[in-house]
Ligand binder design. Sequence first.
Ligand SMILES: [Zn+2]
Length: 244
Amino acid sequence: MREQILLLEQLQVIDDQIDRWERDLARLPLETQDLARSLVSIRREVTQARERQAELETTQKKNEKDLAAEQEKIKRSERRLLNIKNEKEYNALSKEIKLGKKVVAEIEEAVLAAMSEIETLKTSLERKDKEYEELEKELLSKKSEVESTVSQAEVALVTLNEEKERLTESVEKELLKTYEIVRRARGNALAELTNGSCTGCHMTIPAQLVISVLKQEEMVICPSCRRVLFVKPENIPEFNKLDT
Ligand SMILES: [Zn+2]
């Protein structure tokens, strides 16, 4: 049985390596996708911000023209006001000037608001452009990481699977079945027995089973987590060694 357990230990090492490669192969494309998605969304934000900026700049030009026209109109009215003798006419023109000044104030307010929005947009665009650039770099390096991992994984997995096949040929069928089932459920199928406890689930193992594990004559499964229990050769007491 000791030999069989040793084979399983080797198998577990190989399976762990296979799992690591496969996890990388599954994880890296997802990370690439996430980066690509972030890039798309930043690009969309940049486009929207640029469109808004252009829109504001157009409005701004119109506002400036309107403002100049309105101010010119007020100046003309004020000049006219000096020559008006008729009180009714005077009042009407004064009212018009007052109204014009109100319009001017409103346009000026809009100009200031647009200016500050344009400023904010410019700052945010600068930041987004930088962010985009960095993400793009990250994506490129991620892509090359994926490429190199994929090619390394292909080579490694061929070798590992060959080794696995070679090992499993020598493992008893029932034992292998238990190993595969527990491994799928728990991530690993073997657990070392130390100080009377299973290192897989930390449960105390009944004394009788501990002796069986030490004797290594049969396969002992942890009653709690179903992992195959083993002891390191250096932890087997002398009297047990003599027994086997
Ligand atoms: Zn256990």
